[in-house]
Design a protein. Structure first.
Lengths: 360, 308
């Protein structure tokens, strides 16, 4: 790496450009992969990345899939900014879905306006409860929150599996491991007839806006930012680390829980053995690719959603394996991390000119 | 009261469940002792599992499968090493990326293998010894990997504590600055330990798909990579501790298969939660005292080092 030199200060331009470079690199390697799989690359590329945009239904699906990614990604980003690594959003989402499902099934006969708000509340509380465990163990017992939050993801999967095989199974469901379909009062209203995208999408945008306000205009948000960028300075300023950890976990837990409600009270309409194809994990990538900025998270969530939808489209139309989606997700993060090198470094000019010390 | 047959079966399958954890943890332990935290263990194990299975299916030779799995694990860790050591990316984020990438790649590579099986790794048979009552099935009836994994623990323990290489690895892990000043190639050495960790993670993963359950299932590691990571912490970065921890967790893991047989009236799902819950409990017990971690953790763990 002798051709690289450190920039005098981090490049703002590169900070914004690097997610775009990463996305472009991913699209490029996608095309190469299509070629290797014996597809006509342009056609496969078009089917995968462009087709979803061409119909109202496709755009609706993009918004639908982006919803849990925005909700989880925004929450995780707030934590990551403060060096609080919650990687168990999928578990918090699952528990949120369980709690909302319990409310929906309990008030199955009640057709009242308050059922849905109660479900959202229950989902948020469920996610917070699940997130409280790693927060408590880290602040009280110094336990690594990455490992604890991740372990709890698997626990939540088994919990959901137990519930839909047992206590919450639909008695009239021919022994299928799933709950009763929720009543109409327990379903999120659709945004438009004929599309599956529901009220959770504007809710997620609202959450992103609130997160932006929190990070930008509140003292608590500032404290968390300082703790992430300069832990020593935060300590010197007397910013409490436990308070950051709790705040990060509570916010991200609540948002992930709401994402869970959005799934069961939306496209699923019931509790199933699995309520998330790994949205909580994809949201980690979404948060990083979105530069841990709420607006960036919204954009990268749409990109990630495109990977999901495109994967499905390509599977149906080109018989491409759906597992490609997961590969693309991983690749995207790799490329981003690599491209981020150029935030702090730049190529040394070939001729050794006298440096004036001025740089972009 | 459970029968002795059941007890023997329980203890014997404990060794099987513990072995992939021992192997993967030992690799990660060496990586971490040199100061590098690779959170991509789960992804590398998955890729090892699928590549090992595929290679065995294609050649009919388990040892080729194991070698291929090690190579695949190394390739994965090379990606990690290049990003973290050469491009100086954040170790936590890169490790997570490696895991997510591994989940995707393994599902992609394994799509043709679902539903197929291979002949599982043969159990060794020692003349006379294997026929002994009680002792025979408990000590002399495992496949070669079980014994090899125990030898690995001893070997790495000796290497770290008693050899020059071990001393250099530890020195780099404690203070890369000093090690560099003395003239040790910090980055080169860390590449070595990262690749070593990748090879063992691949091997541990292949044990899952070639011996424990001789088939490929998407996401079949089910968090074992993360448990192996936690185990390095429980073991306070000491090889011996990994062995104890892995057998403890092996026991908890197989409890879910034998639980019902032992007359435990607990739904299977709750028994399946046990390894994850046990991991959390043990983590709390070990980490509760910050001194334990502070005194044993390699000082530079997770921090990048740039030689110039």
């Amino acid at each position: 790496m002798s051709t690289l030199e450190r920039r005098p200060e981090p490049s703002r331009r590169m900070m914004l450009a690097s997610p775009l470079i990463a996305a472009a690199a991913m699209l490029l390697s996608g095309s190469v992969l299509f070629l290797l799989l014996g597809q006509e690359p342009l056609h496969a590329f078009y089917t995968y990345f462009i087709t979803p945009w061409t119909t109202p239904y496709g755009v609706g699906e993009l918004m639908l899939k982006a919803t849990p990614l925005i909700l989880c990604g925004v929450g995780l980003a707030i934590g990551f900014r403060a060096n609080v690594n919650n990687i168990g959003a999928d578990g918090q989402l699952t528990v949120g879905a369980i709690c909302a499902g319990a409310v929906a099934l309990y008030f199955d006969e009640v057709q009242a306006w308050w059922v849905l708000p109660l479900m959202l509340l229950a989902g948020a509380l469920g996610g917070m409860l699940w997130a409280a465990i790693p927060a408590l163990l880290r602040t009280r017992f110094n336990t690594n929150e990455i490992l604890v939050s991740l372990m709890l993801v698997y626990v939540s999967y088994h919990l959901l599996s137990y519930l839909v095989h047992g206590p919450m199974r639909d008695p009239a469901g021919f022994n299928f491991p799933q709950s009763k379909m929720f009543s109409d009062a327990a379903m999120l209203p659709l945004l438009m007839e004929g599309l599956r995208v529901n009220a959770a999408f504007p809710l997620s945008l609202l959450a992103a806006a609130a997160a932006w306000f929190f990070c930008r205009h509140t003292f608590a948000g500032y404290r968390m930012q300082v703790s992430g960028l300069a832990p020593a300075a935060a300590l010197y300023a007397g910013f409490s680390e436990p308070r950051n950890v709790w705040l990060a976990f509570m916010v991200s837990g609540a948002l992930a829980g709401i994402a869970g409600v959005g799934e069961v009270a939306g496209p699923l309409g019931q509790l199933q053995p699995s309520v998330s194809p790994g949205y909580g994990f994809a949201a980690i990538i979404v948060a990083y690719v979105g530069r841990l900025h709420p607006l960036g998270v919204v954009l990268s969530a749409v990109l990630m959603s495109l990977l999901y939808i495109g994967g499905e489209t390509a599977q149906i139309e080109l018989q491409l394996p759906s597992a490609i989606t997961g590969m693309f997700q991983g690749l995207l993060l790799f490329y981003l991390l690599a491209a981020d090198l150029f935030i702090h470094y730049r190529f040394k000019p070939r001729k050794r000119a006298i440096s004036t010390g001025v740089s972009a | 009261m459970m029968s002795s047959e059941l007890l023997i079966a329980f203890l014997a399958s404990t060794a099987g469940a513990a072995t992939p954890l021992v192997v993967a943890s030992m690799g990660e332990l060496v990586t971490e002792r040199s100061g590098v935290l690779n959170l991509g263990l789960e992804g590398m194990m998955l890729v090892g599992a699928v590549v090992g299975f595929g290679a065995t299916l294609a050649t009919g030779q388990i040892w080729i499968g194991l070698l291929a799995a090690m190579a695949a694990g190394m390739l994965m860790s090379l990606v990690f090493g290049f990003l973290v050591l050469t491009l100086q990316t954040n170790q936590v984020a890169t490790g997570l990326a490696l895991t997510l990438f591994g989940i995707g790649v393994s599902a992609f590579l394994g799509r043709g293998y679902v539903g197929q099986t291979v002949q599982p790794m043969a159990h060794l048979h020692f003349p006379l010894l294997s026929g002994l009552p009680l002792v025979g099935p408990l000590l002399f009836g495992f496949d070669a990997m079980v014994y090899a994994s125990i030898a690995l623990v001893v070997l790495i323990g000796w290497m770290l504590a008693r050899t020059r290489l071990g001393l250099i690895i530890r020195a780099v892990g404690e203070s890369p600055q000093s090690a560099h000043a003395i003239g040790f190639p910090v980055i080169g050495l860390r590449y070595g330990t990262v690749l070593f960790g990748g090879a063992l993670a691949g091997l541990g993963g292949a044990y899952l798909s070639l011996a424990l359950t001789p088939m490929w299932v998407e996401g079949m590691t089910a968090g074992r990579g993360w448990i192996a990571l936690a185990q390095v912490v429980f073991a306070t970065w000491k090889p011996r501790g990994v062995l104890v921890g892995a057998y403890l967790f092996g026991g908890v893991t197989v409890l879910q298969f034998h639980g019902q047989g032992m007359g435990l009236a607990i739904p299977a799902e709750f028994l399946s939660m046990l390894p994850y819950l046990a991991t959390i409990v043990v983590l709390v017990l070990i980490c509760r005292n910050p001194q334990t971690i502070l005194l044993n953790r390699p000082m530079s763990l997770g921090q990048n080092f740039k030689p110039d």
